[in-house]
Design a protein around this ligand. Structure first.
Ligand code: XIL
Length: 331
């Protein structure tokens, strides 16, 4: 058999995967999880719309299955996520008459949601992505104009962190985002988090999602700069959603491809260089989570182009290790 990823990295950081319940029921995915990974994230099962679909109804079924699998097999769990502009049900932002909810009621709902979910997983989940993708990606203003922002105002971010800390004094609290290693987003994220930390808001770490591609030239320098800057704030750093697409983000082609040897080679090299960087920040980077297990199931098949096959992970569609796998275990 092949060498175990989590064994190879045991002195560096946790190795995680995002999973759906279906992955636990897929024999080969289950085997790969047990052999190579020591951390799990629910790909969707803990999102607001899934875990709290109606005001008076929580649905812990799928998330519980994932957490139980993790507990039985000694994997850690990252919670994902409490406050996000996506996958949040409509009812959250509406009052009984169908009008927009008041600030007071929305905060009450957020607090109740956080308390309920946090308590349900106390001592089982070690870290939460408290707020996800709150920083605007495209425009130069800082916070995305989501319903959370519009209705509560900019303090919704710090209040969310406070609510989680109140609900669970032990759990690690993360701010999670994408493109937050790129200079246009790095500096505004740094300034924003610094202002919260200066006020004493409890933030333990930053999640760098890591949805990258094989053509991203500036990636390595950007990443090093970002890790150093965030670490200078005393934050832990986790790579929370790693995958390396075969498509440049701007490439929206629907042409059917198969990955060529060159593409697989370039992907392997990208993973190799990334893991060299991750290893060089031993003690600062505490976890690296892949957004999936094998190319058999990846969200990139539907993002940013729906129905376009992609191959961004370490294991191929037949769940065999790719060149990228061998590059990161051999150092
Ligand atoms: C994605 C899931 O992988 C998909 O299955 C779902 O349809 C949409 O969300 N950033 C995040 C993740 O923080 O929650 C997203 O997950 C991917 C982008």
């Amino acid at each position: 058999g092949t060498i175990s990823l989590k064994e190879v990295y045991k002195d560096y950081f946790l190795i995680g995967a995002a999973v759906e319940v279906e992955d636990l029921e897929d024999g080969l995915h289950r085997q790969l999880l047990l052999k190579h990974f020591n951390s799990l994230t629910a790909e969707n099962a803990m999102k607001f719309e899934r875990i709290h679909p109606k005001e008076d109804e929580f649905n812990f079924k799928d998330a519980d299955k994932i957490v139980e699998f993790a507990m039985e097999n000694n994997l850690k769990v990252r919670g994902h996520t409490f406050v996000w502009h996506n996958q949040t049900p409509e009812w959250v932002f509406k009052d009984k008459t169908g009008n927009e909810v008041s600030k007071e009621l929305l905060l009450e709902r957020l607090k109740f949601h956080i308390n309920t979910v946090c308590n349900h997983y106390k001592n089982k989940i070690y870290a939460w992505d408290v707020v996800n993708e709150a920083i605007e990606d495209k425009e130069d203003y800082v916070l995305r104009k989501s319903p959370w922002y519009r209705i509560i105002g900019k303090e919704y971010v710090e209040l969310a962190f406070k609510f989680v800390r109140e609900a669970d004094p032990e759990v690690e609290l993360y701010y999670n985002d994408y493109n937050n290693e790129k200079p246009y987003k790095l500096y505004k994220t740094y300034d924003f988090l610094k202002s919260l930390l200066d006020k004493g808001i409890p933030i333990d770490g930053i999640g760098i999602q890591g949805h990258w591609d094989i053509y991203d030239e500036g990636l390595f320098d950007n990443l090093k700069r970002a890790i150093e800057l965030y670490a200078s704030l005393g934050l832990k750093i986790q790579i929370t959603e790693l995958d390396i697409s075969m498509f440049e983000f701007e490439n929206k082609t629907r042409e059917v491809l198969i990955p060529t040897a060159e593409m697989l080679e370039l992907q392997a090299l990208t993973y190799k260089k990334l893991f060299e960087i991750f290893r060089s920040y031993k003690g600062i980077i505490t976890s690296v989570t892949f957004w999936g297990i094998s190319d058999k199931h990846t969200w990139k098949d539907n993002f940013p182009v729906k129905g376009r096959k992609d191959w961004p992970l370490l294991f191929d569609e037949k769940q065999n290790p790719k060149k990228a796998f061998f590059e990161i275990v051999d150092f």
